[in-house]
Design a protein around this ligand. Structure first.
Ligand code: ZN
Length: 307
């Protein structure tokens, strides 16, 4: 029976803070829902790292909705009913089967009405046959007949390659690579170094889709040395969907024994800022002093192994 006591304590604290500036007034935690449960990546180890990256900013309260595993019966899917409208932003760490149509419809309605969406890495591999999702992500892991490709040439010009021409989705061997900021006036990337060294990761190239109203915030050069396309591939971009804001990063590969890409402080900082922006349209989260430089990567320590 602790409720009455907590009530008293709250009243007491409220009395104490009267007259002080309302520091937290516009900084109530943003409610974020991470969706996982199916992925060709190790979502079981990845979601806690994403969660920690968000929680340590003090800006988010994080919930996780885990879908039924692949091949589940309809009765199990009936239990999967994320209450999107309860959240300021949804983060997808999901790459698997289509959701029940009632969930997909609720998701479309949520984003169109102003909900935020953040897609991480293979999240843009999902749902090839879902047209509204393709509009939200702009570019997905699809073959070259699916849609256009968008890259940035050496002069900084956006190049659109029509469907059927050029490479489809792929990546070469993982390596450290430099990320180039392309839009320094966007809230997410304002103040982020012009170039920063990302920890070892896959470098997605040849992504395809409708790519409408896409604003590319950062690219990486896909070097031929690593079987790359030889041009600047979009790494981070944003797209409006109705009244909603969608942020996508294709960085963040995670395998059973490799989590360094999602432990990169550059990745984590941009991810949290992207989530804040998708939720509110603004960014208040600072860029940490240990953000990677153009020549020095910066990663948080590996989580302790649970026995
Ligand atoms: Zn991957």
């Amino acid at each position: 029976m602790t409720l009455p006591r907590r009530g008293l304590l709250f009243g007491f604290l409220a009395t104490l803070t009267v007259g002080l500036p309302a520091l937290g007034a516009d900084k109530d935690p943003l409610r974020i829902l991470i969706i996982d449960g199916q992925n060709n990546h190790n979502w079981v180890s990845m979601t806690p790292i994403l969660r920690e990256a968000l929680e340590k900013t003090g800006r988010f309260s994080v919930d996780v909705a885990t879908s039924p595993p692949k091949g589940s019966e309809a009765a199990q899917w009936d239990q999967f009913s994320p209450l999107f409208s309860k959240y300021d932003v949804v983060m997808s760490n999901y790459n698997g089967e289509r959701w029940p149509s009632r969930v997909e419809k609720a998701f479309e309605t949520y984003v169109a009405a102003g909900g935020g969406l953040v897609n991480v890495h293979a999240a843009n591999n999902a749902f090839e046959g879902w047209p509204e999702f393709n509009k939200m992500i702009g570019l997905g892991w699809r073959d070259n007949k699916f849609g256009d490709r968008v890259t940035i040439d050496d002069s900084g010009k956006v190049v659109r390659t029509p469907k059927g021409e050029g490479p489809g989705a792929g990546h070469g061997p993982q390596h450290r690579y430099k990320v180039t900021t392309r839009e320094s006036s966007h809230p997410v990337t304002q103040g982020i170094p012009a170039e920063w060294l990302h920890a070892k990761d896959e470098l997605y190239q040849g992504q395809r889709g409708p790519a409408e109203n896409m604003e590319i915030l950062a690219t990486a050069f896909a070097s031929k040395e690593y079987d790359g396309s030889g041009t600047n591939e979009p790494m981070i971009w944003v797209i409006p969907y109705g009244k909603g804001r969608v942020f996508t990063t294709v960085m963040g590969h995670t395998s059973n024994d490799e989590t360094v890409a999602v432990r990169c402080i550059g990745f984590q900082t941009v991810l949290a800022r992207g989530a804040e922006w998708a939720a509110t349209g603004k960014v208040t989260l600072p860029i940490p002093a240990n953000f990677p430089t153009a020549t020095q990567e910066s990663v948080v320590k590996e989580p302790a192994k649970t026995q």
